[in-house]
Structure formats: structure tokens, C-alpha cells
Design a protein around this ligand. Sequence first.
Ligand SMILES: NC(=O)c1ccc[n+]([C@@H]2O[C@H](COP(=O)([O-])OP(=O)(O)OC[C@H]3O[C@@H](n4cnc5c(N)ncnc54)[C@H](O)[C@@H]3O)[C@@H](O)[C@H]2O)c1
Length: 452
Amino acid sequence: MSNLIVPASASVTRRSFLSTSSKIAGTAAALSTLPVERFVHGASPGDTIKVALIGMGGRGSGAANQALSTGESVKLVAVADVHKDRMDGSLAQLAKAHKDKVAVKDENKFMGFDAYKKAIAQADLVILATPPGFRPMQFEEAVRQGKHVFMEKPVCVDVAGYKKVIAAAAEAKKKNLKVGVGLQRHHQAGYIETIKRIHDGQLGDIQAMRAYWNGNTPWVKPRADLEKTYGRKLTELEYQMRNWYYFVWLCGDHICEQHIHNLDVINWVKKGHPVKARGNGGCETRKGKDYGEIFDHHVVEFEYEDGSVCFSQCRHQLGCWNDVSEHAIGTKGVANLGRYTFTGENKWRYQGGGKDPYQQEHDDLFDAIRNDKPYNEAEYGANSSMTSVLGRMATYSGKEITWEDAMKSNLDTMVKGIDQVSWEEAIKLAPPSSPGEDGMYQLPIPGKTRFI
Ligand SMILES: NC(=O)c1ccc[n+]([C@@H]2O[C@H](COP(=O)([O-])OP(=O)(O)OC[C@H]3O[C@@H](n4cnc5c(N)ncnc54)[C@H](O)[C@@H]3O)[C@@H](O)[C@H]2O)c1
């Protein structure tokens, strides 16, 4: 096994749970009759906010830990996942850390692709932390049921998902629901101060920006290891669910899953999203049956309404120059945003402290719920997710793609009806891609692939 490969065991490890938390410190008819929209006008200090966790992997477990750490009156009351091993592992970790706050009765542990609907019904606030392909349908349902939401990034992996999230975000606003999105740099004191100063004009006019996420390959779950662990052949859909990072309908490619953090910072600086993207990408070094259909690098130039550009790179290749950063180049100086520094006319370095942004984002969301403060991060979360999708469209197709043209795409990559049937039936459904006879997946071919 190479050092890139993590064991097929899919349970939440203590390390993944702690690293996220310590790194930074029925039927539709039945559901519609449930009492909804509790705490839409604030809560009394003693009122318990009931939380449901949907998607109980590393980040979902971390987010639940952070939600339960926001104060005394919060309880985890329902959970949903499609894999029992992940559910059991996550619940054990959470119960260890928050003995009195984990109150999940057996009847509120829901399994399967429709489990989210049932878990949402039990809660005041839901945490959505499945692979991102499922986010639009789950966010839409949470808003329909009148629940506050914390959802991880990215919030969509295609244009159909983007439109769904934008519509549900507007509905959430109407219902006064609070929505947090896991783009935690927005809750990181140094970023907040740095970007405030850029908006105050300390760098002059921003003419160009750089955004990088060049790093190593993340986890991979080889089919052979999975089949050995589970002692049977997996259906194609089951396999892709376990190895979700490498499939567009689930992950969106790493330009969406990871690089979104950097592109989101650039959008924050620009107070908007790009109007077009052009770029190059491919898969040079990360080849093999278990690496699915995504690229190992994307290099994109995003252009904003005012003509300014952002040069973006994201790469998963070993032995190369690595950097995760954002820079803004203005007429008066240059900012290294993640280092909170300016060079040039108004040389500056942030000296303040700051809390773990993963905890801060939950503290802020719960404060907004308890004190009825306006709070809806879904729209910018969707725009930043769509920025990543736009970049992918440009690199997969090799074409210049405008935001306007992208919006004409109605391609919905989610497997139709996946949450309408039993698990046994769902895993027999065909995912959008399947391997050829040699076990390899077809990668996009710039110049030939239509943008998706
Ligand atoms: N904000 C951050 O810094 C950050 C960090 C890591 C991950 N994330 C995001 O969090 C999300 C989850 O990532 P992760 O690393 O925890 O992945 P993971 O694979 O560890 O966990 C995903 C969980 O969702 C479950 N699941 C899959 N499909 C489901 C469905 N339809 N319904 C219910 N459960 C389902 C899986 O069984 C698994 O338990 C991703 O969107 C990822 O990008 C954000």
C-alpha cells in the first residue's frame, strides 16, 4: 500500500475527529405535519436547541462536536448516514466528548439515502456534511421543513445544484432561518481584518489576485481493499460512494472540494463572483483505476466584472512545489491574505489573536439563532461553489466559459431517484460514469468534452 492510500476501514478515526476539532481548537405528508420553525425569532437562554447530524464522517463529526461546544443548551437528537460503520464510529466519539449532550434514541438513528428527511424532522438545526453532491437536495429539504442549517462546503457540484441552493437560500431568508456554510475563513479574525482593510482602500485598486491550493493527494479507497474489508463485491454505486472524492457527481473534483476555500476568499475581496473563466487542466501523475475521473491539476484565470483577474492553481501531485494561499495585488501594495500582511505603501501585519474558526463559525451561528440576528451564508457559499464549478467547466472543456453561459446548463449530475428507493435498490442504480473494460474511467478531454 502506498503512503497515499488510507486503509479501507471507513469508521471515523479518533485522529480525524480530534484533528478537525483541535486543529483550530416518513413520508412527505407526515413530515409536512411536523412542528417546524422553532426558534425563528430567537430562543430563551434555557431552551435546548436540538441538532441532527447528516453525514457522519470526519467533518460531520467535527462540526457536531463544535455545535455541541457552543453552550449548555444544545443536544444531538438525531443522526443520518448511509454507512453504519461511519455512524457507529462517529456516535462513539461524540458520546465520549459530550456525554450529556448526545441524546440519540435508537429510533432516531436513520440509515439510507432518504434518512436525511427523517433526521431533519427531529431537529431545530441540521448539520449537512455528506459528500457535497447531496447538499442541494438536503438543504432544500431542511429549508422546506423550516430548520436552521449548518452545511459544509462546497454546497453544490453542478449548475442544477447551484440553482437549487440559491432558490432555497431565498426561501430560508423569507422563513428567517439561519444558515451557516463551512467556509470558515469568514470567521477567522485575521482574514476578517485583512479583507476589511482591503475594502477600506489600503491597497488601492485591486488589479490582480492569486489563489493556490497546491498539495498532495488526499485519501483514496481502492476497490480491492474495500471488497476485502466487506468480504464481497461492491456495486459500482456502492464503490463510488466509499471512494467519493474521485467522482464528479459526488465531489465536483478537487477544484470544488478544496480549492473553493481560496476562490471564496477572492470572491470575498471582490464582493462578487467572476464573469468568466479560461484554463488548462489534466491528469498527469495521479493515474490508476482507483483515482476515478477527476483531474490532478487545474490552472484557471478567472475574470471579474471590472476586468481584474484571479490566477488560480490547484494541484494534487507528489514532489512538487506546494502552497495554499491567496494574494491580492493593488495599486498601493500586495496582500498575503492568509498571512494577514500588506507590503507597499501601507505596510501592515495583523497582530490580533483569534479563535479556532471552526468553533467560531458555530458560536456565531448559534448566537444568531438564540438572539434572532440575520444570518444567511448560503448565497455567497453557493456563488463560491459555482465559481469552482465554472473553473472546472473551463478546464474540462478547454473553452472560455462565461458565468452567463454556465447558467444555461441544466445538467444535474445527481443519480435520479436515489433517495426515493431502498438502499438495496439504490446501490443497483447506475452512477453517471462507470469504468471501461480495463477498469479505468474516461477523463474529460479538453477540446472535445462538452462543459459539465
Ligand atoms: N470546511 C472544511 O475545512 C472542511 C474540511 C473537511 C471536509 N469538509 C467538507 O465536509 C464534507 C464531508 O467531508 P468528510 O471529509 O467528512 O467526508 P467523509 O467521507 O469522512 O464523510 C462523509 C459521510 O457522509 C456519509 N454519507 C454519504 N452520502 C450520504 C447520504 N446521501 N446521506 C447521509 N450520509 C451520507 C458517509 O457515509 C460518511 O459518513 C465535504 O463536503 C467536504 O468538502 C470541509
